[in-house]
Design a protein around this ligand. Sequence first.
Ligand code: GLV
Ligand code: MN
Ligand code: MN
Length: 431
Amino acid sequence: MPSLHGQPEALPTDSRAVKRCDQLGAHPFSDTQDGLFRAYLSDAYKATCTQVAQWMHEAGMTSRMDAAGNLIGRYEGQTPGAPALLIGSHLDSVRNAGRYDGMLGVMLGIEVVAHFAAQGLRLPFALEVIGFGDEEGSRFPTSMLTSRAVAGTLDALPLDTVDANGTTLRDVLHSNGLDPTRYLEAAYKPQQVLAYMEAHIEQGPVLEAANMGVGVVTAIAAQYRFKVSMQGVAGHAGTMPMSLRKDALAAAAQAIAAIERIGASGPEDLVATVGQLFVGPGASNVVPGQATFSLDIRAGTAQVRDKAAAEICAALHTIAQQRGITLALERQNDLPPTPCDPDLTERLATSVARVTGHTARRLVSGAGHDAMVMAALTPVCMVFIRCKEGISHNPAEAVRHDDAQQALLVMLDFIRTLAASPAQEPTEFSA
Ligand code: GLV
Ligand code: MN
Ligand code: MN
């Protein structure tokens, strides 16, 4: 049997993980005929799970869909039933997405297992590859729902929440053969798990600017998501004088400008985004009576995020009051800043240095990741992969094959090192 300390074989120049992401980037793995949109538990999601499960089996894993609709592959260690190192990311996508956000991390997890299985190597721990179902919150207003189920931090399920077609989460679960009353059974017990590792495209320009193919994440930024509703009075566009209008869209426009100004006035890590806007009734000859928009606020620390959120809320209230508009703010997501585990991050940085010959570039992630939820269950670490011009959430997302292969070598090196010299915390190796 090959030694744990042996160097991984030289890898092919082409990355099978990248090629598979490309293959999954179109119908039937997309819900749209053009471009990529893969929504949680949609037809495209099911087709994707079928294909990915087949690749998991070919790599030497068993696979299952858990109670929350996540796809999980397992490669046993030297002792069946041993705690697992989880390697995961998400299968769902935003609308008009790139092909690598989330999916590349899942595909690299499969490559890791395929590599060890091809060597006939069993580790002192199991490997599990998790494809999470709902990270983006692009179907329901529920981002990270499925990793929260796995991490055991989901107290209740918003079963009445609806997607863009008005279908409830309850109905979607039923039509996928998932029992809502068993959803929380997706939770792992801490003793079943050693750690969580996620590989993900950077989605920013730092690695490209540093001319590095891979980097190590030290922490993930704090995040809020709000739904903002402004209710004015709909009226006739020809007869309602400007001075008497309660135009909800004009109020929203002023609010969005204030959000941009406040977002830009803080430290560099503070960002505030309105990415969705719905106007009612939505006719060219009607003064808008209703405007609803999303608000996403992020920063490296909760203090900076919360200060900006308070300023934005105050500005929105002032605008609404001045215009005689009714304002409602609903917080839909609150993710605290998440440090990656220092010991695992150090090990990952050592692996990056060994594989690349350069000191690892360390970054804070402005993007949210399932890792920030999984941190409640187990120590987490993340490897970032350079993406072209930092472009993401965009069909122009691009990664280099050699960077993906470098990330794979880093993951293999990290796992070999972990197997040879277990982490101090937690102590589940003895389980
Ligand atoms: C996920 O992509 C997020 O950061 O919103
Ligand atoms: Mn994303
Ligand atoms: Mn992602």
